[in-house]
Design a protein around this ligand. Structure first.
Ligand SMILES: *[C@@H]1O[C@H](CO)[C@@H](O)[C@H](O)[C@H]1NC(C)=O
Ligand SMILES: *[C@@H]1O[C@H](CO)[C@@H](O)[C@H](O)[C@H]1NC(C)=O
Length: 434
C-alpha cells in the first residue's frame, strides 16, 4: 500500500514538469504557421547562419567525378514566435521540436550528386527561450566536383560545396557563414574530422557571393576544399616499379643476342607496362580532356618497348647470319662497315675507322671510280690489318671446305665428267661400306 502511494506521488511529481512543457508547447503552437517566414517585420530579411561540421572524407571517385562526405550542416536563425519567459514555465530554457513542426529554410546543396538530392537525416529542432532555433541535420552527402587527373599521383584537387536557398531571394533570407572560433584557412569546423588516408585536407576557405538578377539578389555560400593526394602509396606501388621497368628495358639492349632471354625479357617488360597502364585507366575517368602524365608515360614506354622488341628481332636476325646462309650486299657493307662505325666513333684494336671519302668532280663517274678509290684508300689505311684479313679469308675457306660434304673434297670426283663421277661415288661408297 505504502509502495503504491509512493509510486503515485512519484507519478504526480513527474507529470508536473511535463505539464509545464505541455502548457508551453500549447502556448507556442497558438497562432503558429509552419509556412510563415518567422520575422516580425516582413520587409526585412531573416538571417540564417550556416556552419559545416566535416566529419569524414569518405571517398573521392575520380571516375565519376563525385566526392562523398559525412558532415552536419548546422543552421541557426531566430524565430520571433518561439520566445518565452522560463520562469513562467518551470524554468524550461530549451525545447526539442520534431521536424515539420517549425518553419525551416529551404537551403540545399546545389551541386549535390546524390540520388535523393538532399540526403540529410530529419532531426529535431532545438529551440531556446530567446527564439534561437538550431537545426543540424547530419548526412552522407555526395557532390559533383571536377577532378583534374593530369598530374595524377601528385595532384591537388579543388572542390566546393555550394549552398543557397532554392526559392528565397536575398531580400527575404540572408544567408551568412557561421565562423565563430574558426580560422581564415578553415571555415569548416574540423573538430570531429577523421583524417583521410589518401587525401590531405589543406584548406577549407568559404565565400559568400551575392548575385544581382532581375532586380533581386541571390545569396550563395561556397565552401571550398583544397585536397592534396598523399603520394607514398602511389610512389611505392606505381612509380618505383615503372622506373625499374624502364631501366631494365634500357639494360636489355646490353644483353648479347646469343643469350636467348633477350626477347623474353622485353616481352615481360611489355606485359608489366600494360598492367600498369590498365591500373591507371581504372582510376582515371574515360575522357580525352586531360590525359594523366603517368598514362602518357606508360603509353610511350609501351611504344618504346614494342619498338625495342622489333629492334631485337632485327639484331638477332642479322647476328645469326653467316657466310654459308647469306651474302652481304654492297650497300650493307658500305653502310655497316664503313659509314656507321665512323659515325658512331667506333674503334677496334689497331684500327681507326675514317670517314669514307667521296671526292670526285661529277656525280656520274663517281659511283664506280669512287668505290674503287675508296677501296684502295681503305686498303692503304688498313695496312696494319692486312695479315689478319688474309688469315680471316683462309680461315673462312677452311671452314667452308669443312662444311661441304666430304665426297666433294675429292678432286678426282669434282673434276670428272658426270657418269664417271657417279661411278666413282658408287665405288667409294662401296669401299666405305666394306
Ligand atoms: C520594417 O522595416 C523597414 C525597413 O527596415 C522599416 O522602414 C519599417 O519602419 C519597419 N516597420 C516596422 C513596423 O518596424
Ligand atoms: C526557477 O529558478 C529560480 C531561480 O533560480 C528559482 O528560484 C525557482 O525556484 C525555480 N523554479 C522551479 C520551478 O524550479
Amino acid at each position: 500500500m505504502i509502495i503504491r502511494l509512493l509510486l503515485f506521488l512519484l507519478y504526480l511529481g513527474a507529470s508536473e514538469g511535463s505539464e509545464e512543457e505541455f502548457r508551453l508547447l500549447n502556448d507556442l503552437r497558438q497562432g503558429y504557421d509552419v509556412v510563415e517566414r518567422p520575422i516580425a517585420n516582413h520587409s526585412q530579411p531573416l538571417t540564417v547562419r550556416l556552419r559545416l561540421i566535416l566529419q569524414q572524407l569518405v571517398d573521392v571517385d575520380e571516375k565519376n567525378q563525385v566526392l562523398t562526405l559525412v558532415m552536419w550542416s548546422q543552421y541557426t536563425w531566430n524565430d520571433y514566435k518561439m520566445r518565452w519567459a522560463p520562469e513562467e514555465y518551470g524554468n524550461i530554457t530549451t525545447l526539442q521540436i520534431p521536424t515539420g513542426s517549425l518553419w525551416k529554410p529551404d537551403i540545399i546543396l546545389f551541386n549535390s550528386a546524390n540520388e535523393h538530392f538532399d540526403s540529410s537525416f530529419p532531426v529535431n529542432f532545438v529551440v531556446s527561450h530567446t527564439g534561437e532555433v538550431l537545426h543540424a541535420p547530419p548526412g552522407i552527402i555526395q557532390l559533383s566536383c571536377s577532378l583534374s587527373m593530369t598530374w595524377f599521383p601528385y595532384d591537388e584537387q579543388l572542390c566546393y560545396l555550394k549552398y543557397g536557398s532554392w526559392t528565397y531571394t536575398g531580400s527575404k533570407l540572408d544567408l551568412q557563414i557561421e565562423d565563430s572560433g574558426l580560422t581564415e584557412r578553415h571555415k569548416m569546423d574540423l573538430k570531429y574530422y577523421v583524417p583521410n588516408g589518401e587525401f590531405d585536407l589543406l584548406a577549407t576557405p568559404a565565400q559568400r557571393i551575392s548575385t544581382d538578377f532581375h532586380g533581386d539578389n541571390y545569396v550563395e555560400l561556397y565552401f571550398h576544399m583544397h585536397l592534396k593526394r598523399r603520394t607514398l602509396y602511389y610512389g611505392l606501388n606505381w612509380i618505383v616499379p615503372s622506373v625499374l621497368i624502364s631501366f631494365t628495358n634500357i639494360l636489355g639492349f646490353t644483353m648479347p643476342p646469343e643469350c636467348g632471354e633477350k626477347i623474353t625479357l622485353q616481352i615481360t617488360n611489355l606485359l608489366s607496362v600494360t598492367v600498369f597502364l590498365g591500373m591507371v585507366s581504372e582510376v582515371t575517368p574515360p575522357t580525352s580532356e586531360s590525359i594523366p602524365v603517368i598514362a602518357a608515360f606508360f603509353s610511350i614506354s609501351m611504344l618504346i618497348l614494342g619498338l625495342s622488341i622489333v629492334a631485337t628481332l632485327v639484331v638477332i636476325n642479322v647476328h645469326f647470319r653467316s657466310p654459308h646462309t647469306h651474302r652481304m650486299t654492297k650497300w650493307t657493307k658500305s653502310i655497316f662497315i664503313e659509314w656507321l662505325p665512323w659515325m658512331l666513333l667506333m674503334s677496334r684494336p689497331e684500327y681507326i675507322f675514317k670517314k669514307p671519302k667521296r671526292n670526285c668532280a661529277d656525280e656520274e663517274s663517281c659511283s664506280s671510280e669512287k668505290s674503287t678509290k675508296s677501296a684502295i684508300r681503305n686498303k692503304e689505311e688498313r695496312i696494319p690489318m692486312a695479315q689478319e684479313e688474309e688469315d680471316d679469308v683462309i680461315n673462312q675457306n677452311v671452314k667452308e671446305i669443312r662444311m661441304r660434304p666430304r665426297l666433294l673434297i675429292n678432286s678426282d670426283v669434282r673434276n670428272a665428267p658426270f657418269e664417271e663421277s657417279l661411278q666413282q661415288i658408287v665405288e667409294l661408297l662401296q669401299s666405305l661400306k666394306a
